[in-house]
Every structure is written in C-alpha cells, then in structure tokens.
Design a protein around this ligand. Sequence first.
Ligand SMILES: Nc1nc2c(ncn2[C@@H]2O[C@H](COP(=O)(O)OP(=O)(O)O)[C@@H](O)[C@H]2O)c(=O)[nH]1
Ligand SMILES: [Mg+2]
Length: 170
Amino acid sequence: MFGAKGSGKSAIIYKLISAKLKTQMELGRTLGADIILKQITRVGKKILLQIWDIIGEKQFRMMLPIYSRGAAGAILVFDMSREESIDESKEWLELFKSGQETIQPRIPIILAGNKADLVENRSLIYQRAKKLVIDHDLIEYMEVSAKTGENIQELFTTLIDTILIERGFY
Ligand SMILES: Nc1nc2c(ncn2[C@@H]2O[C@H](COP(=O)(O)OP(=O)(O)O)[C@@H](O)[C@H]2O)c(=O)[nH]1
Ligand SMILES: [Mg+2]
C-alpha cells in the first residue's frame, strides 16, 4: 500500500481486518512501514497476505523504491476528496516503479480512489484515474471507501487474483 499521507492507506487495511473505521489517533502515525498479516482463502487455497503500509510523508519518499523491490503486487491509494491527489499519485507511482528491477516481470498495481463516501460527482476523477491506469499500465482503477467498506474486500481480492493468475495458480 502506497500513496500520499492521509489518503487512507491505514484505514483501508484496518477496514479489511476489523471492519471498523479507526481515526488517525487510534491508528497511530506510520513510521517507515507497518507490516500487517492476514490470512484469506481464495479458490480453496489458504493465502497469508503480508501487507506493507508504507509511509506517505513526503520527506520519506526515498524509502518507497526500496520497499517496492520485494512486492508481489501493490495498491496505490489517493484521496478522491482532494483534487490534487491524482497528480500526486503520478509522482508516487514513478517513484515506486524506479525501485523495480528492469529485468523482473512488472508487478500488478491497482489504483484505488479512497473516500468515495465524500465525493458526489465522481465522473471527472474517474476519467483522470482511468488515464493514469492506461498511461502506466496498471491493472485497474477502483473507487473505495474505508468508511463504508465499499469495495474494500474487492480491492484486495482483485489484486490477489491477478497475482495468482499471472503466476499460474488458476
Ligand atoms: N470519510 C472518510 N474518511 C476516511 C476514509 N479513509 C480514511 N479516512 C480518514 O482520513 C484520515 C487519514 O487516514 P489514514 O488511514 O490515517 O491515512 P494514511 O496516512 O494514508 O494511512 C483519517 O482521519 C481517516 O479517518 C474514507 O474512506 N472516508
Ligand atoms: Mg497510515
């Protein structure tokens, strides 16, 4: 999980795990990266997810390429309620990709627009997000809400299924 501070990365993970929206205070501030484990079942197989909640503070941005190196897949989160957040996502994405070895196969990345519950007119954001998906060869754009739970399960299962398919498990 990567993206700007405040986009809701930690809230999404906690929604996945405990189905409760926690406040910033309860979550605590992310330092470097928090690692969260969750066991899930896909098509009868038990999978242990290791979710890395990577710091989104600008001054720690140089850490992202290091963390991106070992990832099997990634979710780039932006805040739909902040207009400039899609443009910022482009920078996070380029930074993430700069850490990837050119010889390794590209890993699947999903773009997640979070805080869908706060946004009434989603069509403009949708168009810009779709452009980012196409320009950067991402697998999908999904609108989610860590508050209502909209698309939170689907976000992770879409990424996991893509990884499993690409690795020949399906
Ligand atoms: N309304 C709304 N608020 C959210 C949502 N997701 C996160 N937040 C709030 O946004 C703030 C930042 O969330 P946090 O998970 O700490 O962001 P992070 O820095 O990316 O980990 C917190 O106050 C959350 O309660 C959401 O889907 N809807
Ligand atoms: Mg956080």
